[in-house]
Design a protein around this ligand. Structure first.
Ligand code: SME
Length: 161
């Protein structure tokens, strides 16, 4: 059991600083990517408010396959380039979507989702997975969330594949 005593009632910068320290502590010395994805999903789910899904899709050959996550059961396979996750994986560019209904090809795994943040996970110059966060609130993810999640993933990317 881990208790990181992270307070959510603080600036986004401090929250992400604490979250990144906790993510590093959780993954340090653990080589199993699935175990690490599972713990990082749980960490984000516990400390980032207003999410209805948080987890990973892994790049397997020419598609994305569902990995460890928190939230409702989700679509298992996503073709490269399809939906928000497929767009992030095929372009290696973070997708911060304020209104998922306005995103062409958005895949609605949970009808409650209104906004989404997808961060590619890169190792040795290749996208090996994406972190997908969904929220029932429109425009939930700020530029600070994008920066914070991007830093978090960059810090622990070597532990995720
Ligand atoms: N909405 C995503 C699919 C994954 S679920 O949200 C968990 C997409 O459009 O790629």
């Amino acid at each position: 059991m881990h208790d990181f005593s992270i307070t959510q009632d603080q600036s986004t910068d401090i929250l992400y600083g604490d979250l990144i320290s906790a993510a590093r502590a959780l993954t340090d010395g653990e080589p199993d990517a699935i175990a690490n994805m599972a713990n990082i999903s749980a960490l984000i789910w516990q400390y980032i408010p207003d999410l209805n899904w948080a987890g990973f899709y892994r790049v397997m050959e020419d598609e994305l396959v569902l990995g460890p996550f928190q939230g409702k059961s989700a679509c298992i396979r996503i073709a490269m380039g399809k939906g928000v996750c497929g767009a992030a994986a095929s372009t290696n560019v973070v997708q911060r979507v304020a209104d998922v209904h306005a995103f062409p090809g958005h895949i609605a795994c949970d009808a409650d989702s209104r906004s989404e943040l997808v961060v590619p996970v890169c190792k040795d110059g290749k996208v090996i997975a994406v972190l997908d966060l969904d929220s029932p609130l429109p425009d939930r993810f700020s530029a600070a969330d994008e920066t914070g999640m991007t830093k978090l993933i960059a810090t622990i990317a070597n532990s995720l594949g």
